[in-house]
Design a protein around this ligand. Sequence first.
Ligand SMILES: Nc1nc2c(ncn2[C@@H]2O[C@H](COP(=O)(O)OP(=O)(O)OP(=O)(O)O)[C@@H](O)[C@H]2O)c(=O)[nH]1
Ligand SMILES: [Mg+2]
Length: 486
Amino acid sequence: MANHPKSLVLKMWFQYIFLEVKLFCTFESLILPNNKMIFSWGDKFFGPGTVDNVKCYLRASESEVAWGKPVLDRVGLIIEIFNAHAETKEAKLQSELAALMYMKTRLVRVRGPGGRLTFGLSGEAEVVSARGRGSGGRGSMSGAGETELQLQRRRIQERRIKLLAQIEDVRRTRAIQRSNRKRHGDSFGQELVTVAVVGYTNAGKSTLVSALSETDLYSDNRLFATVDPRLRSVILPSGRKALLSDTVGFISDLPVQLVEAFHATLEEVVEADMLVHVLDSSAPNIEEHRSTVLQVLQQIGVPQNKINSMIEVWNKIDIVDNNDNDVSDGIEDEIFLTEGEEEEELFSENGVPAEESSFESLDDGTDSEYLSEENLDNNGEVSYKESPLEPTEMKAMNSEQSSSKDCFGELRGPEATSTDGCSSTQPMSTCHVKTSAVTGTGLQELLSLIDEKLTKRQTIVERNYGPFDRKWRPSCSMDGEKAAEQ
Ligand SMILES: Nc1nc2c(ncn2[C@@H]2O[C@H](COP(=O)(O)OP(=O)(O)OP(=O)(O)O)[C@@H](O)[C@H]2O)c(=O)[nH]1
Ligand SMILES: [Mg+2]
């Protein structure tokens, strides 16, 4: 279906729209080829660069009446983009579900030309009643036994149930694949960890994952280029293998329909062993992006300890003007929020480690190529220097155009500094690496940092689950058997 002419036209249109948006940011409205309209409020909506800045949609229903055309609001537009970019069956199912849920909310809200109630997106109310199909959109059909609204609702509900069942299958399959990966481990019998690369849309996640794994993931300068999450494997400097999971980008006020519909996909993030948060350091509203991502992570149920231990990647460092953007703003607050937490807690909830670490041989079935150690050595262009920094030096360092790795724990004196520059008493989220996924700057450092954190994590898990610490308890099934005997 990806090559279906309609979806191709739509794709081309979106590319065209984003181009136009960038060139003429005072556009007030755009009509899509399917005769739907997106409407902007001067240049507030289509800010320079992205549609994302657009927040002042007219109420869709009002503008529909005024323009006599179906108008997409922000949620509708995002869902259209998701639909247009979905390639895999899974992504298509999820986008359809999101669209359906969106449509359901509009069933009762939309008034067509002349103020008459219509169903679905106006112009699309093709279904009428159980008896009188094809007779056009009417508010109700007296004597039909079922009003048009009821019929539409029932149809949506039926389709929703079908989609949910199919998505549940996808979820199950993903869960089985995840547990297989864990069980088999890599070829050295080590735990095969998954590192989810998360971040605001257009931050450069796919480009970064491609560069790290030397593969070619689809990336583009537009919103939601990635709707189908992919796994790519890398060999870390220590020789262990890890899987990088490229994920769907987040956006401020992510429509709830999308969060719910993309549950199966977002679960990959929740279940990942570790998160890497990619920030576009050239974005003017980087703080907003950071807090949006943190909010969404909480919203989808990522445990706080995993959020705290995230590595931040300040990407696109090649295009950041000196002193333009201080990506570290606001991070110190985060430090204080979690100050005093033991490192062990970062990886365990209620004292229970997130995962155990005994794995056998590997066969994960990923379609990725491996990054050879030779290449890994060539990736990092600037060698990492460790030196405790004073807060004033911090700003100067941030304005440097070079790659650098710093963990803010270093600001707290020598006792807080460990080998990777990360504080042993500070949350690991304060670690960051400056990268350019395009030039390759900082990639080697990022891999080393991931490696080091994973090693620490494993040590902690092993320590918590040492053979003598562990209390044997009967398994649930044994409990059940005993209970049955009594
Ligand atoms: N200059 C520069 N451009 C970059 C860098 N990383 C990514 N880009 C560009 O940024 C744009 C977006 O990159 P993607 O990798 O698609 O971003 P993404 O975060 O995967 O976006 P979504 O999938 O939409 O969430 C592309 O045009 C990339 O070429 C970088 O380090 N420097
Ligand atoms: Mg992407």
